[in-house]
Design a protein around this ligand. Structure first.
Ligand code: PHB
Ligand code: FE
Length: 335
């Protein structure tokens, strides 16, 4: 009498082995991948089995950002169902908890993990599920496919380390000058970016103290997309210039105000309510435009051509608590 179920189980496990990918668990969440999809399963708050399916490429692009950014500020939504919330020592993993419909239906789940535990599992999953030739940081036109049965790995591309400048970028003994960032090829979309360096006329004796460099030239050689790397850190003011192409692989819900300065080309943003996902605004940013994202929204950008964006973050570790207590505003300015 149990035969059909038994056969199904055997077939399912064989099919799974053929794909060759490892399965992962975090608390009550289970993650497995096949040729096209990541499958996430959990038990709802009232004990029913639930599942969610994501395109494998989109899942890996989102997972790459979450891992590389140490869970970022606030919410990293992989899509409108799955995501993480950073509490800076621990991380919530959730499915449906910030989706108004799923939350109302009671089919969501949120569990909290020490940051180290979730990071380790996510790093292993990213490494096991990323095939040779697929670079989750690259623009879709500049990488191979994420799909198919397990085929090697691409560890070098998923463990890129941030390059830290010890002095102003370009000054003698600066790490960035010695790195190959300067000799990396200019991206096809930035062939027209002027590569000349600024003229410098420091007073004698100050040649090793004064410097400037061509930021656009530097960014034109970026190998990755949607990855804000610190260029300047002045107290808690973090200026993070980045190069963007195609879709921001996550929907970011910040726990603070954040500013965007569109330095070239354009990005179209979808903004929604942070808690429910309900659409709130479309923001079309063209070269020279600035916008601020209030702390109550989630946002996802679409860059039709590779563009340069400066993300300005307030990195104060106390800000999130000040906003929660109502001591700091959720909006950038009161008119
Ligand atoms: C954002 O979530 O605000 C964000 C993330 C990565 C980027 C740009 C913007 O490259
Ligand atoms: Fe953001």
């Amino acid at each position: 009498m149990n035969a059909p179920a038994e056969i199904y189980k055997v077939l399912a496990s064989q099919a799974h082995e053929v794909m060759g990918y490892r399965e992962f668990t975090l608390g009550s969440f289970n993650f497995r991948r096949d040729e096209y999809f990541a499958h996430i399963t959990w038990k709802t708050r009232d004990g029913r089995p639930m599942s969610h399916t994501m395109d494998a490429g989109n899942f890996l692009r989102a997972l790459m950002r979450d891992v590389a950014w140490g869970f970022f500020y606030g919410w990293v939504n992989f899509d409108n169902v799955l995501g993480t919330v950073n509490h800076y020592q621990s991380v919530d993993l959730f499915a449906g908890s910030y989706n108004g419909t799923m939350k109302a239906a009671g089919i969501d789940l949120l569990e909290n993990f020490p940051s180290d535990q979730i990071r380790t599992t996510f790093e292993k999953m990213l490494d096991d599920w990323t095939n040779a030739g697929f670079d989750p940081f690259a623009a879709p036109q500049e990488t191979g496919s994420a799909y198919g049965r397990k085929n090697g790995s691409n560890t070098a591309k998923i463990t890129r380390a941030r390059e830290l400048a010890t002095r102003c970028v370009g000054l003698k003994d600066d790490l960035v000058l010695r790195s190959d960032a300067r000799s990396a090829p200019i991206n096809r979309a930035f062939a027209d970016v002027d590569q000349s360096q600024p003229e410098l006329h420091p007073e004698p004796g100050f040649e090793n103290e004064v410097h400037g460099f061509n930021l656009f030239g530097f960014l034109s050689r970026s190998q990755v997309t949607w990855n804000p790397s610190f260029t300047s850190v002045v107290k808690y003011s973090f200026m993070c210039p980045t190069t963007e192409e195609h879709i921001l692989p996550i929907i970011h819900g910040n726990d603070r105000v954040e500013w965007f300065f569109q330095m070239t080309d354009e990005i179209h943003w979808d903004c929604g309510d942070k808690n429910t996902g309900k659409p709130m605004a479309r923001v079309i940013m063209k070269a020279g435009d600035m916008a601020a994202m209030p702390a109550y929204c989630r946002h996802q950008g679409y860059s039709p051509k590779r563009s340069m964006l400066l993300v300005w973050e307030n990195g104060s570790p106390t800000l999130v608590h000040e906003i929660q207590k109502g001591d700091a505003p959720e909006i950038p300015v009161q008119f």
